[in-house]
Design a protein. Structure first.
Length: 656
């Protein structure tokens, strides 16, 4: 080991990930070593998108592991995959089942009133294209499943399946689906003015809405759902469904129409609360809907219709449709209601007459406020009762520009996605950009797919905002991180997130599932940290445009319980030699500490750096980057407080 004259230290990793700040910020963009302006801020500690995942920082800026992930038992999910086993059942490029939307719903097992039996359940809407034969026209399929999580399978239900005519086949975009949770309270009162059924009979219901692809016949970009009997060769799909009485679909629609542009359902069926099936309460509701949320105990839908006025000339319209306040007085009794609300009870209105743009995001802010973000010219704040609202124009907030997603309410405000990044609305007339470090539509998880409706769901998981394409935003530092390695071609990236209200777990859902094989849902426990992570620095500022000799690496780290677990921290340096070729040092491995002694205390160790060329003893390069992989055989990976590079001043050469 030489005698370094200077130490280059990184002791604060909180800046997080930085992407290419030149606008070239696709899903795998990173610092561009050929252009100085792409290197991010004028300080060390920032990370690249590639090779940085599974880590974050603590309050001191030290690098530490994120919570670990667990694959939720997949056995009950795999029957969904049997339909697509034949090679030609899915169109090329659209193989498998897309996750359209998902919500986690906490429920309580009350058999013995044991608090330990609290569980989470999950409602997922899947969408796919499928041909019943090996060739021919593809149908659009949308179906929903509800089941327990982190326990044995509770129940699985086949909510809906539709087979619309698709022209051309397959359609360009995939169908749309949305899930929300409503609270239905009786509006009937007794002679004393009290609610007739009492608060104890307040009912929470799952509301779901699905719409077909926007690709339709010439001059009308509106494909309708078709009714009809379940084809004989699809009967095997329902082998895991307990109800064998469904000969036709949709089931239980309150109105009789030949086609359905959009379908709305409520679970459980208010006509039969003891059944495990939904009630379809709507077909065509003013216009086809592609997004829905819960607000004021209502189902509120963003409606979109591209109306044709001749070949090649379609005009996009937008409206907000909403259900009336739920009134159990429509029913004879709570247990045997006779009437449900249908499409004729729904209302619709333009959300902001002066801004005729489609809707990209909606969110219930509070009982009297709902925010609508448009594709262009800002958005609208709808105040007051939906039956008599005030529309407040917000022309200065960030528009979504063609991107549709479900935002997340956080302690800082509403976080939502745009084609220009991720933004925060905290009330008022403007929004704040939260993704200055990563330019553009970096959260696009699937550039090859066109979505009819929402393409993802954001979530708040203290202290992080969970963003599609595997990203986390630390809301305390505004640093960006990645849950998993998006460069791993063996997995699909996350598109939807939701958080359990029972235990604080995060549930993450890959955007697509191949038939019978791909994982459908992972859980992340905030109390269990992962055993490995990776971090890679931006080019170190002192080494940009200078050949620098690195003779040693020093790391300060803390081991985690248990004491005897083998831990390693592997450091690799990369850079460019004098000829401009990319080179890498040999791995520098730091192995654990003294068992039973170093646990909980900070350890500082040094290692020499070896050049890839065995004839040269030191590593000489410019634009040097540091890659760190920390691993523990079990339990949390080590926490890294500081990385120091020992350099020799006299060996530095200025590159003209």
């Amino acid at each position: 080991m030489g005698n370094p004259q200077e130490q280059i230290e990184i002791a604060d990793f909180s800046p997080g990930i930085f992407g290419d700040l030149l606008g070239q910020s696709g899903a795998t963009a990173t610092a561009n070593a050929a252009n100085l302006s792409a290197y991010g801020p004028g300080y060390n500690g920032g990370a690249t998108i590639e090779d940085t995942f599974g880590c974050c920082t603590d309050i001191s800026g030290a690098l530490m592991p994120l919570p670990s992930r667990t694959l939720v038992n997949q056995a009950a999910w795999q029957p969904f995959g049997t339909a697509g086993s034949a090679p030609n059942n899915f169109p090329t490029g659209k193989e498998g089942y897309y996750v359209l939307d998902v919500r986690i719903i906490s429920y309580l097992v009350t058999d013995d009133h044991d608090a330990q039996t609290e569980r989470d359940c999950c409602f997922i809407l899947f969408g796919a294209f499928y041909a019943t034969a090996s060739a021919g026209q593809y149908k659009q399929i949308v179906w929903g499943v509800i089941m327990g999580l982190d326990t044995d399978v509770w129940k699985v239900v086949h909510y809906n399946r539709y087979a619309p005519s698709v022209i051309p086949s397959p359609a360009l975009s995939i169908p749309s689906g949305n899930v929300s949770v409503l609270r239905h309270v009786s509006g009937a009162r007794d002679s004393n003015g009290f609610l007739d059924y009492g608060i104890y009979n307040t009912q929470n219901s799952v509301h779901f809405m699905c719409s077909p692809s926007r690709d339709g016949s010439v001059g009308d970009d509106n494909t309708s759902w078709a009714t009809g009997a379940i084809p004989a060769d699809e009967v095997s799909w329902t082998s895991f469904t307990t109800d064998a009485s469904r000969a036709n679909y949709p089931v239980g629609v309150d109105i009789s129409l030949a086609t359905f542009s959009g379908c709305i359902g409520v679970f459980p069926d208010p006509l039969d609360l003891n059944s495990f099936y939904p009630r379809y309460i709507g077909g065509r509701v003013s216009l086809p809907g592609f997004m829905s949320i819960a607000h004021q105990g209502r189902a509120v839908m963003a409606s979109l219709l591209s109306r044709g006025f001749g070949l090649g000339f379609n005009v996009v319209l937008d409206r907000v449709s909403y259900s009336p306040v739920y009134n159990a007085g429509l029913a004879v009794s709570l247990t045997t209601p006779t009437v449900t609300q249908g499409p004729s009870d729904y209302r619709s209105s333009i959300a902001g007459d002066e801004n005729m743009n489609p809707i990209g995001a909606m969110a219930s802010i509070q009982a009297s406020e709902m925010l609508v973000v448009k594709h262009g010219r800002g958005g609208v704040l709808m105040r007051g009762d939906m039956d008599n609202f005030e529309a407040v124009a917000l022309p200065y907030i960030e528009s979504t520009y063609g991107v549709v997603s479900h935002p997340a309410n956080t302690p800082k405000g509403l976080i939502y996605g745009s084609r220009n990044g991720v933004f925060l609305w905290a009330g008022g007339q403007t929004t704040e950009k939260l993704s200055n470090q990563i330019d553009g539509y970096f959260w696009e998880h699937d550039p090859s797919t066109v979505y009819t409706g929402n393409s993802g769901r954001f979530a708040y998981w203290h202290p992080w905002a969970c963003v599609p394409n595997d990203y986390l935003l630390d809301t305390t530092t505004n640093g960006w991180w990645k849950l998993e390695d998006s460069g791993d071609t063996g997995r699909n990236r996350y598109s939807h997130y939701d958080v359990s209200s029972l235990n604080g777990k995060l549930y993450a859902f890959p955007y697509k599932n191949a038939p019978g094989s791909d994982p459908i849902v992972y859980s992340y426990d905030p109390d269990i940290l992962r055993s490995t992570y990776s971090w890679r620095s931006l080019p170190i500022i002192e080494t940009r445009r200078r050949l620098t000799t690195v003779e040693e690496v020093e790391i300060s780290y803390t081991l985690a319980f248990p004491w005897t677990v083998a831990t390693t921290i592997t450091v690799t340096l990369t850079g460019f030699n004098e000829a401009g070729d990319q080179i890498a040092s040999r791995d520098i491995v730091f192995s654990g500490g003294v068992a039973g002694t170093d646990y909980g205390s900070q350890v500082t160790v040094k290692q020499p750096v070896a050049s890839p060329d065995t004839t040269q003893g030191t590593f000489v390069a410019r634009y040097i980057q540091i890659k760190v992989v920390a691993t523990a055989a079990s339990g949390p990976a080590p926490k890294i407080h500081k990385i120091s590079l020992g350099t020799t001043e006299r060996n530095r050469q200025r590159i003209a």
